[in-house]
Each structure stands twice: as structure tokens, then as C-alpha cells.
Write a protein that binds this ligand. Structure first.
Ligand code: HEC
Length: 109
């Protein structure tokens, strides 16, 4: 009985280890990657890879002081200074979150 319990917990330990590794890898790479991908596809042409290209009068994202809510709003709805809205771009809330996160990583101040 004791042996069985030991074996069982060793097995659980292994399972926990391997599954937590996968979870960590996903957590670390997945959201950042998809936000980064979306950015590259849809935003980089004006804002540039690092956010500071300012093509077509685009805001310099490295110097942005927008709050998270403002960034979400301008991505979804655009603004009257030439940024268009991207309401239909996102299939999930997580994609928008991930893109918002990526925009924040571009800040240098
Ligand atoms: C066609 C060019 C263009 C594209 C593509 C574009 N933007 Fe913009 N963006 C602009 C312009 C123009 C502004 C407004 C500049 C201003 O407010 O002074 C702006 C403003 C912003 C702002 C406001 C920042 C601030 O502090 O004022 C954010 C955030 C932003 N864009 C994010 C994005 C994201 C994320 C994408 C991709 C989904 C994107 N933009 C795609 C041109 C573009």
C-alpha cells in the first residue's frame, strides 16, 4: 500500500512537472507571439517595427502615454487623427489583449 502510494505520487510528480513545463512555455511565448504577429501584419507599416517610424503621421508608440484602456479604444475605434479602427480584426478578446500588451512593450519611456 505504501509502495503503491509512493509510486502513485511519483507518477503525479512527473505528470505535474511535464504539464507545468508546457503551460509555462505557452504562457511565456503564446500571447506575446500573437500580439507581435498581429502588430507585424497590421500596424508595422505605419508605426514601424519598433513603434517609432511615424509613417503617415502615425503616433510614436515608444513615447505614448496612453493608458491600457485608451490603447484598446484607439485600436478598436481609431481616432480623428488618422488611426483607423480594427474592430473586425480580432477573433478573440485574448488577441486584442495580446496586441495591447505588445504595444506596451514598445515603450521606451
Ligand atoms: C495607416 C497607418 C496606420 C496603421 C496601419 C496603424 N496606425 Fe496606429 N496610428 C496611426 C495614426 C495616423 C495615429 C494618430 C496619430 C496621433 O494621434 O497623433 C495612430 C495612433 C495610434 C495609437 C495612439 C497612440 C498615442 O499615444 O497617441 C495607437 C496605440 C496605435 N495607433 C496603435 C496601432 C495599432 C496597434 C495598429 C495595428 C492594429 C495600428 N496602430 C495601425 C496610423 C496607423
Amino acid at each position: 500500500m505504501v509502495l503503491r502510494t509512493l509510486l502513485f505520487s511519483a507518477f503525479l510528480g512527473l505528470a505535474a512537472c511535464s504539464s507545468s513545463e508546457t503551460v509555462e512555455l505557452n504562457a511565456a511565448s503564446k500571447p506575446a507571439e500573437s500580439g507581435q504577429k498581429l502588430y507585424k501584419k497590421y500596424c508595422q507599416s505605419c508605426h514601424g517595427k519598433n513603434g517609432d517610424a511615424q509613417r503617415g503621421n502615425a503616433a510614436d508608440l515608444t513615447q505614448s502615454t496612453f493608458t491600457e484602456a485608451q490603447v484598446r479604444d484607439v485600436i478598436l475605434n481609431g481616432n480623428d487623427k488618422g488611426m483607423m479602427g480594427y474592430k473586425n480584426l480580432f477573433e478573440t478578446e485574448a488577441e486584442l489583449d495580446s496586441l495591447v500588451q505588445h504595444v506596451f512593450t514598445l515603450r521606451t519611456k
